[in-house]
Design a protein around this ligand. Structure first.
Ligand code: PMP
Length: 452
């Protein structure tokens, strides 16, 4: 074996089994993956098992998992209460194709936690939930156009697929009809005046946004903007939809609504709501949610009702995981500790940057942590909340890919594409120290290679 030189070579040489599996995977799965975000060069590693805050790969490496099941595992891997609940339920039925009491317990818990959850409709994914929210808003208002914000992601369906990633003018995917893109009005992040102008140009059904910021706090929200948007949408009779797929139950039991003290009309929940299993929920104002209800009037039920049906919606296995998770998350103790952990990671990582004299900033909200190296907070405008949103969305580019590899080589994983880590409650203070050491070693490595 030749001595490794680049981080790419070093990563690859230490992972021969993952490399072989990736070769096989490429003939089975496009890019060898099941999710765009899991693909990276030279090849992704393959995992054998996970526990607590760690996961192990086929070549024997262990990683602190700062990705936490794409943010779904707020309690970490295999929390005993969740595993027990799933195991118990699996023995008595995965799917009844019928109502069951656990659905009600699950809905009660969601209602108890989430400020605007007057009614709950369980679904399976975040994508399905934001699509349903937009449908409800359109049915309610009788209007078609929606407003979304630059850099905000709402899943893979077409209805909100404009301006998701930099460059914002290119839709997030090929294959989206122009006609559909024509129903989306794009506003700049945190730009209340811009949204008001769009509303004045023509009636809109809804404003949908990630209240915790574009791409999970990559571009953080301004609380005044959220409050202003609430007032503006109420005044104009426009439905305000919060996409809390990531922030729900994570920032607080009531998610960003509780954290920022702003209520939406409809809220999209996924990830944490189902404790790591595929499950999600649309919640919101009773009058909006009741648009899905059967009334017994055949004309209205067939022609004016919002239809929704998902094979896996509210099924007992998922409900069991959701109930076990929310029973723990409802007190807010876990979130308070996680938010403190987030503050500690940010403080320690930023201290390393300062000590090493490396330009960069580690920022975020609560347990959502975003890494940016190569530019200072002042250059990004983050020191005065006048940030260059495109710059934040564009991210670190090739440097970000190298940073991720260097972090993996030092035993830490996170969402490479966004440069974001979602912490989980299994993380100990010792894990934060280990992560900080990994951060230091990764930066030193990149500097050695003259990238910093
Ligand atoms: N909205 C946001 C804010 C998300 O982060 C995601 C997924 N990461 C989605 C929607 C889509 O959720 P899902 O992957 O469950 O369809």
């Amino acid at each position: 074996m030749s001595p490794a030189t680049t981080v790419e070579d070093e990563y690859a040489q230490a992972r021969p089994r993952s490399q072989a599996l990736h070769e096989r995977a490429r003939s089975l799965l496009p890019s060898g993956v099941s999710h765009d975000g899991r693909f990276f060069m030279p090849f992704p590693f393959f995992v054998t098992h996970a526990e607590g805050t760690r996961k192990w790969d086929v070549d024997g490496h262990v990683y602190i998992d700062g990705w936490s099941g794409h943010g779904a595992l707020v309690l970490g891997h295999n929390h005993p209460a969740v595993v027990e609940a799933i195991t118990r339920q699996a023995r008595i039925g995965l799917h009844y194709g019928a109502c069951h009491e656990l659905e009600l317990r699950w809905a009660d818990l969601v209602k108890e936690c989430v400020p605007n959850a007057e009614r709950v409709r369980f679904t399976t994914t975040g994508t399905e939930t934001t699509a349903l929210a937009i449908r409800v808003a359109r049915a309610h208002t009788g209007r078609t156009p929606i407003i979304k914000l630059e850099g905000h992601f709402h899943g893979i369906h077409d209805a909100a697929a404009a301006a998701v990633k930099y460059p914002f003018r290119t839709p997030m995917s090929a294959g989206i009809p122009e006609e559909t893109l024509g129903t989306i009005r794009v506003a700049r992040h945190n730009d209340l005046a811009g949204i008001e102008k769009l509303m004045d140009e023509g009636e809109v059904a809804a404003v949908i946004l990630e209240p915790a910021g574009a791409h999970s706090a990559v571009a953080p929200p301004s609380p005044e903007f959220l409050r202003g948007l609430r007032a503006l949408t109420s005044a104009k009779g426009v439905v305000l939809i919060f996409d809390e797929v990531v922030s729900g139950f994570r920032l607080a039991p009531g998610g960003a609504q509780e954290y920022f003290g702003v209520r939406a009309d409809l809220t999209c929940l996924a990830k944490a709501v189902a404790g790591g299993l595929p499950g999600a929920a649309l919640v919101g104002r009773a009058d909006l949610m009741e648009r899905m209800a059967f009334t017994g009037d055949p004309g209205r039920d067939r022609g004016a009702r919002v239809a929704d049906q998902g094979t896996y919606s509210g099924t007992p296995l998922v409900a069991a995981a959701g109930v076990a998770t929310l029973e723990i998350l409802k007190t807010g103790d876990v979130q308070r500790r996680l938010n403190e952990l987030g503050d500690r990671v940010r403080a320690q990582f930023n201290a390393v940057l300062r000590e090493r004299g490396i330009p960069g900033i580690v920022y975020g909200i609560g347990s959502i942590v975003r890494f940016f190296v190569g530019k200072t907070a002042a250059e990004l405008g983050l020191d005065r909340s006048a940030y260059d949103h495109e710059e934040l969305d564009r991210g670190m580019g090739p440097l970000g890919a190298k940073l991720h590899l260097a972090m993996l080589m030092n035993g830490v994983d996170y969402n490479r594409g966004l440069g974001v880590s979602w912490l989980n409650a299994a993380m100990t203070d010792g894990d934060v120290e280990t992560m900080t050491e990994a951060w230091d070693r990764a930066l030193v490595r990149l500097r050695r290679d003259a990238f910093l």
